[in-house]
Design a binder for this molecule. Structure first.
Ligand code: FES
Ligand SMILES: [Fe+2]
Length: 329
């Protein structure tokens, strides 16, 4: 988004827009690529947060996310080359290790201390490579309530691209009015049982989709940009996760993970469960997209039926923000 159209959130509550003076994005885990997009020995450049980052895999297979611009003259390391566990800049062959420090300068014996790029805390889970927007992670990579990664069969796809900050689509998780009227879900729910922590929100809910049947789900929001539903649809297990990542043009790109326990059903049945879970979440995204693509989203006049949503807005306002890589751009 152009800085000239930015609206400050300081006076009238939350706005979906960021400004030049903004203190960065929420200190959270952001997916940057699907795992299978980055083979061992490969590097990718991505627009990420307020700037640009690279994600690369050393020959050993370990993934690292770092700020993209070489500290020498600013070449984008995304067009460099992986050498062993390092990435080498294409311009003058300065080489950086997975901790971001320069390890080699072909034209010099001594490496300046400032010759380092920012290394984001990096993790890999659910078929995604994640980077934490901060010096140190404040919490774990998002999970489905009650499941370890190894217990689940899952698939991961690109799912959305919206002109808003990442927390905006995730207001959906606490916006019960829209779940009823925009998505047509039948929900009887008391917001009092929502547990709001510093970095996570969780609640159990039963709702009915007129076409699919009854969902009994544990809903977990991790950070402000990931929602994971874990539980049953008509008695069979199905889990869905959506996560969003900001880009410097003011957009949020999103991924979706659909999962089901390996132990529970035959492979064909698991496949069907994954298809149903994926189709359900895709429908929600399709119904939200025209609204979220055009809304001038802000915290406006709220009513009693927005009680849970108001809790989400408070959580978002309290959530720490960070911009650890900005001086490396
Ligand atoms: S710009 Fe990267 S080595 Fe010179
Ligand atoms: Fe929605």
């Amino acid at each position: 988004m152009a800085a000239g159209t930015a609206r400050s959130s300081a006076r009238s509550g939350l706005s979906s827009r960021t400004s030049r003076s903004s203190p960065g994005f929420h200190a959270s885990w952001y997916a940057i690529a699907r795992s299978e997009e980055v083979a061992p020995g490969q590097v990718l450049g991505r627009d990420f947060l307020e700037g640009r980052a690279i994600v690369y895999r050393g020959e050993s297979g370990r993934a690292s996310v770092m700020s993209a611009y070489c500290r020498h003259l600013g070449a984008d390391l995304g067009v460099g080359k992986v050498i062993g566990e390092d990435v080498r800049c294409a311009f003058h062959h300065w080489q950086y290790g997975p901790d971001g420090k320069c390890t080699k300068i072909p034209a010099a014996d001594k490496i300046p201390r400032a010759a380092r790029v920012f290394k984001f805390p990096t993790a890999e889970k659910w078929g995604l490579i994640w980077a934490f927007n901060g010096e140190q992670p404040l919490f774990e990579v998002p999970e489905f309530a009650g499941y370890q990664e190894a217990e689940l069969e899952y698939r991961t796809i690109e799912a959305f691209d919206l002109p808003v900050e990442p927390w905006v689509p995730f207001t959906n998780s606490m916006d019960f009015q829209h779940l009823r009227v925009l998505h047509g879900l039948k929900i009887d729910f008391d917001p009092k049982q929502i547990q709001v922590g510093d970095y996570r929100i969780q609640y159990d809910v039963r709702f009915e989709d007129p076409n699919l049947g009854v969902f009994d789900q544990c809903i977990r929001v991790t950070g402000t940009n990931t929602i994971a539903l874990a539980g049953k649809l008509n008695g069979t297990s199905v889990c869905s996760m959506a996560t969003g990542t900001p880009t410097p043009d003011g957009r949020t790109v999103g991924w979706m993970v659909t999962a089901t326990p390996r132990s529970e059903a035959a492979p064909e049945q698991r496949d069907r469960q994954l298809q149903v879970g994926e189709a359900f979440f895709k429908r929600l995204i399709e119904e939200d997209t025209p609204v979220l693509s055009t809304a001038h989203f802000h915290e406006g006049v709220l009513i009693e039926a927005d009680r849970a949503l108001a809790m989400f807005f408070q959580y978002v306002k309290r959530f720490p923000r960070s911009r650890p890589a900005v001086r490396f751009d």
